[in-house]
Design a protein around this ligand. Sequence first.
Ligand SMILES: Cc1cc2nc3c(=O)[nH]c(=O)nc-3n(C[C@H](O)[C@H](O)[C@H](O)COP(=O)(O)OP(=O)(O)OC[C@H]3O[C@@H](n4cnc5c(N)ncnc54)[C@H](O)[C@@H]3O)c2cc1C
Length: 803
Amino acid sequence: MKSHARVVVIGGGVVGASVLYHLTKAGWKDVLLIERAELTSGSTWHAAGGMHTVNGDPNVAKLQQYTIKLYEEIERISGQSCGVHITGGIMLAGTQERLDWLKMAKARGRYLGMDLELISVEEAARLFPLMDKRHFKGALYDPIEGHVDPYGVTHAYAKSAQIGGAEIVRHTRVTDLKARADGSWDVITDQGNVRAEHVVNAAGLWAREVGRMVGLELPVLAMEHQYLITGDLPQLVGKPEQLHAIDFEGEIYLRQERGGMLMGTYEKAGVPWSPVATPWDFGQDLLPNDLERIAPSLEVGFAHFPALGDAGIRKVVNGPFTFAPDGNPLIGPVRGLPNFWVACGVMAGFSQGGGVGLTLANWMVEGDPGADVWGMDVARYGDWTTLAYTHAKVRENYSRRFSIRFPNEELGAARPLRTTPIYERLAARHAVFGDYCALEHPLWFAPSAAEAVDRVSFRRSNSHPHVAAECLAVRDAVGLLEISNYGKFDVRGPGAAEWLSSIMANRVPAVGRISLSPMLNERGKLIGDFTLCRVAEDRFFLVGTYAAETYYMRWFERHLPPAGVTVRPCAMEYVGLAVAGPNARALLQSLVRDDLSSAAFPFLAFRRMEVGMVPALVGRVSFTGELGYEMWVTTEYQRALYDLLSDTGREFGLRPFGGRALNSMRIEKTFGTWAREYRPIYGPHEAGLGRFVDLEKGEFMGRTAAVQERAGGGSHRLVGFQVDAADADALGDEPIWHDGRVVGWVTSGAFGHRVGASLALGYVPAAVAAATEGFEIEIIGERRRAMRLAAPPYDPGGRRMRD
Ligand SMILES: Cc1cc2nc3c(=O)[nH]c(=O)nc-3n(C[C@H](O)[C@H](O)[C@H](O)COP(=O)(O)OP(=O)(O)OC[C@H]3O[C@@H](n4cnc5c(N)ncnc54)[C@H](O)[C@@H]3O)c2cc1C
């Protein structure tokens, strides 16, 4: 084994092998993969090898498309067969809700260029004669589905990488990792040490253990997973290979395996494997079968596909593989550990492994993943992912693998975990809570305890009239919103202003002022969206998306100067309340000594004030588009502030409102939000944030690209629509049609209660962005007429917010 390498990849499963191949493809030749046993000795060897393109996250779906196309390339380079069988697949719907879900999946596939087709039960039965038609209502057909040979795929990646210059050592275990002062790593193994510039943790089942070597507790957990192979079926003799099939009601997947069928299930009573530590002596082993546990799914399976029951069981496989709490991979550089990368938690290695390898290699070689990988970025998790939290969420996710997640459905595992001091007070007012980063926050308020429950639906739900009442109270009087669920950062030091100016696209505000600023990467793409509040010459309070806290910190720390500035995340030190609406000023004025007139405390002013007895940082800004104030207080004061505002607010018509009303109101104002409208695939001009990019202030990160984007106009535009909707509004990810062609996609949608119309925001090509007519948005399978709005439908001049 060599003593130095540019990269050491730990783990020779399908993911590590893919990373290795993509590094060589990107031009890095001095790369070494270290494998404890033989290649595939974790989850990979016993996988069912199924692959498909459909995924709830369109960006993950794109990587899955890439993975499947890649097999031909690695077979050609390596000469190793991947055993690819493209059979096509059907997803079977047994309920109307599932049929609606399939319609939405088909629509989402349209703008990804996927060739999905909704078919009748008769057509499904013609394609997949093993099914009993009586249990189904329809199906979605995907021609690009099939399976591969896990051994063949892993070795094809590995051989292709070796041909590209990579080295692979087997039967060598990495036992420890030691960081050097220069950012490189000593990789300690049982066969000697290697000094590496970069280390990649692709240790699959042992990713958690490798993480612990560097003090990292990765949120991954392995679950036992079983599939069985039936005896030969006479129905298959002399027939072309059967399609892949998913039966959502039975929570099972099926494919042909030689003369029989393979049937696997994600059962409700899933069982974690090695919940705390993964044994190092586990190799190409299987776990004992437990058919009892999957009996409920098997019963449904045998009823829905009777021939399988008659064929008997030839073999049962029970093996473990890992999941992150949301079921998506964990990839990218780890904050605080220079040159330490992860590629783990990949639960669908044969659909996603190629895309994961490509993304990580791009990130390492180019400094940027080259795609929008927010949904897979390891930085989407923070310190709330304790071991027990991860267990609860992974078990929930596993048990719901084939369940529908409705847009208004809040999942119950690991809740409530994090609460703010006013949680009980809000609950007493019949708040219906959502959790965001494991923090409870109110979504809407019901009139009574009995009504404080979401009835899940793809259509307007039971919360609709109550959310309407909240929006109208904000429009006509004043509303009170808990805003604790934002990320906050304390930036200080003599170099703070200069540094912020160098990484933010907008001008740094003067003391006592706020500026709204996008943050761009070197390519001029949006990687953040902040409210910059200047507390003092050398002190700033930044507010941004909470889920991106680690993502932002990773970026900040990478770009901090050696001295003169400190950045500290302080999300839970400061909690917040906002008041918004025409009576907001009078309410707050009755509680503070400061003059709140527009002349004395104008829009975007920021100041420390005493609200009653409570010291607060107060900013005049509101995401609702109304006159509003945001108040940030240290946690111990929140209850007193809430009580004070609630009591005093009564005479001003104060009403609490929640996240759903806020979402409706921000869409009425065409205000975008991170991870929906603002993502690293869009430039600020495309996203309508051009006015927040100050090209005159001097150099800043992404400026050159921003200048080019402005000159060239960018390829897409974020636009607002009024939609001729029926009883369902757009939510996000629906295709936008123009003149009979799919041209774009919705990023957010909601009913705008203040304007009384269904609304959507979305991206369309710049060339059609000026058209008003001719648009349609596909909502649950129906193309609804949509009119592009030239201006925000609510208060287009912005007077309500500013006066
Ligand atoms: C029963 C079953 C059915 C499945 N069916 C499918 C399917 O149909 N389709 C699909 O896409 N996926 C399926 N999967 C999931 C799939 O197997 C995984 O997504 C995939 O194997 C993950 O690969 P990996 O490389 O991340 O991890 P692993 O395969 O676990 O590889 C990790 C490797 O790292 C090595 N390693 C770990 N620690 C060290 C160390 N310290 N030093 C050196 N080497 C180390 C291990 O020996 C191992 O070889 C299935 C899994 C199971 C269990």
